[in-house]
Design a protein around this ligand. Sequence first.
Ligand code: F6P
Length: 426
Amino acid sequence: MRIAVLTSGGDSAGMNAAVRAVVKQAIVRGCETYIVREGYEGLVRGNLEANDNGTANGANNDQSGVCTPPRPEDQGVEANLRFGYGGLLRDGEGDSTDPTSGKSLKGRYIVRVGWDDVRGWMGEGGTIIGTARCAAFRTIEGRTTAAHNLIKEGINALVVCGGDGSLTGADKLRAEWPQLVADLLSKGSITAEQAEMYKHLMIVGLVGSIDNDMAMTDLTIGAPTALHRICESMDNISSTASSHSRAFVIEVMGRYCGWLALMAGVSGGADFVFIPECPPTADSWEDEMCAVIKRHREMGKRKTMVIVAEGAHDKNLNPIKPDKVKDILRERLSLDTRVTTLGHTQRGGRPCAYDRVLPTLQGVEAVNALLESTPETPSYMIGIHENKISRVPLVEAVQQTQAVATAISNKDFATATRLRDPEFKE
Ligand code: F6P
């Protein structure tokens, strides 16, 4: 099996550990491994330069799209250990060189990798292989080009590490694959032999997102690190808030999901938390919040911390913005109030220990799931449930995640909250 791995959507701490685990486990299991730079964008762009002697990728490709099998000396464990680009992918697009052939890697997005390439990746933040939010992949033309590029490289299995949007894309690619192959064949872009050889694409999803917004898994890769960052920031804010007896309104990320905000509220000792799934029930959230904070102050608290999830809104779906909360605290409770937007400090930086362990276990499981996949088995998403690595049908997880957004837009907050429960079953 030839396995490619890509990271997509917003980066999250632990994505490098996931890529590393996939690459190493694939090699251990006798597969050839590739990374796709820049997420789906890299799949659509493919390898623009002709690779005339096949040294770099172990496959002999040319611009016509004809792919011949790799040379014998480029196959097997020995070759996998030999293919070391030695951190060259960090250099940025354009100036990397394949040490074996001396050729430039410029314009090549699907790159063969070996054991040494991922050395030291475990503790690195972000995603070394790059990520992008790719508009082209959302079109059928883009996905057809992506399919062609995969076939040109002889790849028949894909691991996608990303959030719900990225995994929705993966699910779509698998569902459409037979049609894409048929279209490529009818256009003469691939041969009948290739159409037969690549009639199935196996896909497995790993959930990389700080938001922890994916259904059917307890935790997503990167969420624990982001939470830890927020918690540290709250500790820092706490001491200055206490010194001046001030109030702070802290905006945290999470898109439509309140997990980061809620957990930050618990771990940082917030007075009030606004999350999208469960807005304040009172007719006036202002009254509800002020009553709670007033009580806390009367009990002797010198500081006030209010967490606002970036997707927070009231029960009528009107956004609740940090500046508005600040104005209310100032005007109604006379609190000296500041706003802190934590922004991308939550997303970047080194992964915490758990964001190394989780992606490592899940990356190993992803490769095992691919090797056990048949055309009849569904694409799996690798999750974690009750501390055990789990495999669930990707399509179900994607649908259930989308159902939360639908429930919120229908103001059905009880359903939204229920759907967020990892135990939820229809
Ligand atoms: O999905 C991850 C996330 O960090 C969200 O929490 C946030 O809404 C969004 O991405 C920010 O995206 P960008 O980095 O494109 O501004």
